[in-house]
Design a protein around this ligand. Structure first.
Ligand SMILES: *Cc1c(COP(=O)(O)O)cnc(C)c1O
Length: 223
């Protein structure tokens, strides 16, 4: 199982390189975020041994279990928070992660700004956009994005590097990726986190700069 992981990473990097070229994008424009949530330690260690350094986790507590002790051995590690954040976990998130991809409401923007100030760690952040305006999904509604972006910058002092989305499962993802790109151009941010195992080449075609790949890299998650 674990010996497949270095092959998977090479395969995914090859697809990323090929797709980047096909769509006339610069080599190195797209960063692979290996989503290690719910994965056993030996798979994480196999990915590290294969040279992977950027990882995504969707829960703060689990991220500590996976990464707190490994951090010291990998100074070039980059950890992205890709799941919903509660304000009572903001301090822990700021202390562990390098990028927060899921800024999605005023309260969390405010608390993150305060924590970053307090800890002297100004992390790049992404605004999560609910591109499908789904009632149950996290993310800022597209119609409120400009106002929320201004709030994050002006009132909270956040460094907003880009946008992130998780398209509705029952719609073609490409439309949502293109929409997120349009929104990013409109507010003037350049980073785009979009695309998962099933659709990351489509996301690259639409302008993704980060793709979040879990099961295609590590194998299926235990449920
Ligand atoms: C789990 C998860 C992924 C990875 O999903 P796969 O389909 O396994 O690649 C990507 N993004 C987010 C936000 C996730 O929660």
């Amino acid at each position: 199982m674990t010996e497949n992981i270095s092959h998977n990473i090479k395969d995914i990097q090859a697809v990323i390189a090929k797709t980047t070229k096909k769509w006339n994008r610069k080599a190195g424009d797209v960063t692979l975020v290996a989503v290690s949530k719910v994965q056993p330690d030996e798979r994480i260690d196999a990915a590290l041994a294969a040279g992977q350094r950027t990882f995504g986790e969707n829960r703060v507590q689990e991220a500590y279990a996976h990464w707190e002790s490994r951090r010291a051995d990998y100074p070039d590690l980059r950890l992205h928070l890709i799941g919903p954040l509660q304000s009572n976990k903001a301090a822990d998130a700021v202390a562990l992660f390098d990028v927060i991809e899921t800024v999605d409401r005023k309260k969390i923007a405010r608390v993150l700004g305060q924590e970053m100030e307090k800890q002297g760690r100004k992390l790049p952040c992404f605004i999560q956009v609910n591109t499908g305006s789904e009632a149950q999904k996290a993310g800022v509604d597209p119609a409120e994005l400009q106002q929320f972006y201004d709030y994050c910058i002006d009132e909270c002092g956040l460094d907003i590097a880009g946008l992130m989305c998780i398209p509705p499962i029952d719609e073609p993802a490409g439309i949502h990726f293109a929409f997120l790109k349009t929104l990013a151009d409109r507010i003037g941010v350049s980073a785009l986190s979009m695309g998962m195992s099933a659709d990351y080449p489509k996301a690259i075609a639409a302008g993704a700069t980060y793709v979040r790949v879990g099961s295609a890299l590590f194998g299926a998650r235990a449920t």
